[in-house]
Design a protein around this ligand. Sequence first.
Ligand code: AMP
Length: 282
Amino acid sequence: MVINSKTSLQETLEIARKEGKIIGLVPTMGALHDGHLSLINFAYSHCDKVVVSVFVNPTQFNNASDLEKYPRDVTKDAEFLRTHNPETIIFTPEVSEIYSGKVESESFDFGSFVNYMEGEFRTGHFDGVGSVLKRLFEIVKPDKAFFGEKDYQQLLVVKKLVEITGQDVEIIGCPTSRNEFGLAQSSRNFRLTDSELKEAELIYKALSKVKKMFDTNSIKEIENDVEKMFEAHPSFELEYFSIVKEDDLIPTTNKEPKQKYRAFIAAFLGEVRLIDNMALNY
Ligand code: AMP
C-alpha cells in the first residue's frame, strides 16, 4: 500500500496502534534493493506493522549532481515490496510535508560523531539526515526504527538524535547485506555498469584484508597497504580510509587493548560514491 499523505498514514497507523500493534519504521531514499529488504525483514521480526518511507531528502546531499542523479522509481519500489512483503506500507511524502517553508536543515549538536569521515567530507550531511528523521519520527511515531550498519556513522548519529530530541523510538541497527562477492548493496550500485560492479568489489576485498592484517600489523602499515590497493585501480579514487574506535568513531593511529575497532572506506568509482565499513576485532 502506497500512502502519500501524512494524514492518511496517521489514520491507518492509529487503527493499528489501537489494536496494540507494534509499529516499525524503515527510512529509505528508495531504489529499493536486497539491502533494504534485509532491514524490512529484520523490522518484521520485531514489529507487527512496518512502514517504509521513501523520500530522497534534498538537505542531506552536499553535491547537486548526486541529488539529481539519485535513482528514483516509486512504482518499481511498490512492486518490489508487493512481491516481497505485501503488507508493508510505503510512505512517500512530498517535500512540503517534511519541510514547511524553506527546505533547509536544522542544526544539531551531535558531538564528535560528525567530525570525521562522512561528517568531514559531506558538509551538512548529518544535519540533513537529522532534520528528515526528526520529522519522520514525528509523523510516523514508530515504536522502533531500523538502520543499516552499512551507514554505521549514520546509525550512531541517529541514536544521538533521539537522545537530543527525546523522541520515544528505539533505534535498531541491522547487519550489512552484501552480494555473493561481498559488495554491499546500495542504490548507488544501480548507476554502475556491469564491469564497474565487478571492480567495486575492491572495497570489500580491501576491508577483508584490513581485518586479516589488524592483529599483526600497525595501523600505518595497514593504511599504506589499502592506499596501494586503490592506486592499482586508477578508476577508483579513494576519498578516505579510516580505522576508528567503534564507540566514538575517532580515527586512531595506534591500537589500545580491549578497544573495539572498525574500518571505513569511501571511494569514487567514476562519478559514483560508494561507502562501506567492517568490524575488525569483534
Ligand atoms: P538509503 O536508501 O541508502 O538511505 O538506505 C536506507 C537504509 O537502508 C539505511 O538505514 C541504510 O543503512 C540501509 N541500507 C542500505 N544498504 C544496506 C545494506 N546493503 N545492508 C543493510 N542496510 C542497508
